[in-house]
Write a protein that binds this ligand. Structure first.
Ligand SMILES: Cc1cc2nc3c(=O)[nH]c(=O)nc-3n(C[C@H](O)[C@H](O)[C@H](O)COP(=O)(O)O)c2cc1C
Length: 325
């Protein structure tokens, strides 16, 4: 059993959190992680108003455990946020604010609704800004992670953020997929971990089977940071690029972003069709370098259990015995 302050803050058994990954999360996946004793978070990047409320109801039907709802701050709309707060999640998880956004009033509204505030950062400056605005938990995300990430690796950004926001608790994210990563995160001063890519390769994740298999097949060396995904989806992301698999689509447009912009409507339609049909070479696949640590699709509950057992084994069996008087 590994118990940290995060467990008490979020009312969970294990300090393992599912990242709110837009369309890659679903009520089923969120509930599976929460039912396993972790903390499931629903991504809302494509959900509007009543859809958020409906998803929260579906989570509640599948679990009575705590869960969170994620918002990308730079594009969050007020009605959607109001729906989220009405749904009474145990935490609201935010990421990627614009510089001029008022975090304090946003976080205060969550607190008034009885929710904790989690905020994901990829720089120390953002961590200090969020802590000063009253965030309860800071997520320090390193550049090896899947999806939108910053420029510093997890090994470096986690202890930097821990020192900057102490005593606020920190979750480590980016590149963590097994118990060795959990043990390392705790050693760096984090109170737990937040996982994205590892939970994509689960039966519960709402992704085409070919996408899950692409993660299993990846040796972790085939990802790249790019803006092609964002150009194709018509989104300017503040301070981030996206880590994706370097597949045929990425090879086709790298260095020819101007041509991608020129053919935007046609390309984004083709990417959408390829995504739906599971044509993994012709759509953008967001996943992290930790795909190299993932060799099978397995249930979320099994991931949580094996991660904990391995972390305990590392801490008790390898780390503690190597300390000598
Ligand atoms: C497909 C995908 C979509 C994501 N979407 C979001 C999102 O909407 N909001 C967010 O806060 N983080 C998002 N993330 C980032 C994750 O929450 C998490 O920080 C990241 O996956 C951690 O790295 P890992 O993939 O190595 O575990 C996304 C990640 C992936 C792989």
């Amino acid at each position: 059993m590994i118990h940290t302050r995060i467990c008490d803050l979020l009312g969970i058994r294990h300090p393992i959190v599912l990242g709110g990954m837009g369309t890659a999360t679903s009520p089923k996946l969120v509930a599976a992680v929460s039912n396993a004793g972790g903390f499931g978070t629903l991504g809302t990047s494509t959900l509007r108003g009543e859809q958020i409320a409906a998803a929260a109801r579906a989570i509640r039907e599948a679990t009575d455990r705590p869960f969170g709802i994620n918002h990308l701050l730079f594009r969050m709309n007020d009605d959607d946020y109001a729906q989220t707060l009405r749904a009474r999640p145990n935490a609201v998880a935010f990421a990627w604010a614009r510089k001029e956004q008022d975090l304090r009033s946003c976080f205060d509204r969550a607190h008034d609704a009885g929710a904790k505030v989690m905020y994901m950062v990829s720089t120390v400056a953002e961590a200090s800004r969020a802590a000063a605005a009253g965030a309860d938990i800071i997520i320090a995300q390193g550049s090896e992670g899947g999806g939108h990430v910053g420029w510093i690796a997890t090994m470096v950004i986690v202890p930097m953020v821990v020192s900057a926001v102490s005593p606020a608790p920190v979750l480590a994210a980016g590149g963590i997929a097994d118990g060795r990563g959990l043990a390392a995160a705790l050693a760096l001063g984090a109170d737990g971990v937040l996982l994205g890519t590892r939970f994509l390769a689960t039966p519960e994740a709402p992704l085409h089977a070919n996408f899950k298999q692409a993660i299993v097949d990846s040796d972790g060396h085939d990802t790249v940071l790019t803006e092609i995904h964002d150009i194709a989806s018509g989104q300017v992301w503040p301070g981030a690029m996206a880590r994706v698999q370097r597949n045929a689509v990425i090879e086709r447009w790298t260095g020819r972003e101007w041509a991608l912009r020129e053919n935007l409507a046609e390309v984004s339609r083709a990417l959408g069709e390829a995504r739906r049909s599971g044509d993994v070479n012709n759509t953008t696949l967001l996943f992290g370098q930790d795909a190299g640590l993932i060799d099978s699709v397995k249930p979320a509950a099994e991931i949580v259990e094996t991660m904990l057992a391995q972390a305990e084994e590392v801490i008790r069996g390898r780390l503690a015995p190597s300390v000598r008087a």
